[in-house]
Design a protein around this ligand. Sequence first.
Ligand SMILES: NC(=O)c1ccc[n+]([C@@H]2O[C@H](COP(=O)([O-])OP(=O)(O)OC[C@H]3O[C@@H](n4cnc5c(N)ncnc54)[C@H](OP(=O)(O)O)[C@@H]3O)[C@@H](O)[C@H]2O)c1
Length: 315
Amino acid sequence: MRAVAVKELKGRPEVVDVPRPEPGEGEVLVRVEAAGLNPLDWKIADGMLEGALPYAFPMVMGVDFAGVVEDGGPQARRFRPGDAVYGQVVSEPVGGGTYAEYVVVEEAGSIAGVPASVPTTVAAGAPTAGMTALDIVRAAALREYESLLVIGAAGGVGTFLTQFAAAHDMRVIASTHGHDQRRMAAFGAAVTIDAKEHSMVDAVREEYPDGVDALVDLASPTAAEFAANAALVRDGGVALTTVGVADPDAQYAKGVEGINFQLSASAELLDRLGQEIDSGRVVVPIENEVPLDQAPDAVARARAGGSRGKTVFIP
Ligand SMILES: NC(=O)c1ccc[n+]([C@@H]2O[C@H](COP(=O)([O-])OP(=O)(O)OC[C@H]3O[C@@H](n4cnc5c(N)ncnc54)[C@H](OP(=O)(O)O)[C@@H]3O)[C@@H](O)[C@H]2O)c1
């Protein structure tokens, strides 16, 4: 089958021909109709899971998928051939990714029926970013707060999070890297700050001299940058990063400890995400549908920056 893989850690993604995987016990074979692009894909290809899990090369990239169950291995009972499914998969050994015509998924893993209201090409953009945003609402107890500053709001997680927070009547201040005002307003942001053109810190301080209630930082790569953003949170508020740069010993404001959020993907979370999509409370922000053969270039572009919403690859 055709797939997009790296032949070594930090290697260049390329289109390859690899054997079609076989489902083992408790696993299903899914014919991939679309695979979603996430920064996690190149982080894994660069060795993020080294030491935690073995890798197999060529390492087929990708974790998000949507498609149709083709076959089941022994003891696979949750799904039947023909079921439309979506989810997130990290294989062991790492390398059985979703940038491929087929992927094998454990039935007990993060796989669920595709939300009925959207085609698989749209559903494939939802699992990682949508589950992350949904779970951040819980982890940061966002419903208790009124104002939310989102750094990196225009990307995959940020676009989902802005919609969820706005649906809970939060006032979202979206910080982006570009002219995203109209797009983010459509997703429910009250204010959008282009951090390349304006001082985000000054803009937030002017409106919230005592600080915002909550910060979700999806972008700052260093502890110092996260701390500078967390200084915009009021006493007793909450500050969370998805990039793991919060210092567990730091007090960012009175009563504010930084949360290093880590997604625990699950079928239950996917089901809840599906309900949010089907209810119309959240739209899967698909920006690009790209043929799988062009995935290597699309990954290189995404790595260089400028991502908006979600990109999906079509085998
Ligand atoms: N811990 C977890 O469980 C977990 C789960 C999901 C995601 N993540 C991580 O969370 C991060 C975000 O994920 P994603 O899928 O949303 O990524 P994404 O789609 O690439 O979006 C990131 C967005 O942030 C923008 N950005 C970067 N620096 C910025 C800044 N200083 N101010 C404002 N905007 C800025 C980017 O724009 P430019 O490219 O134009 O700068 C881009 O629009 C990634 O590092 C991902 O790996 C972690």
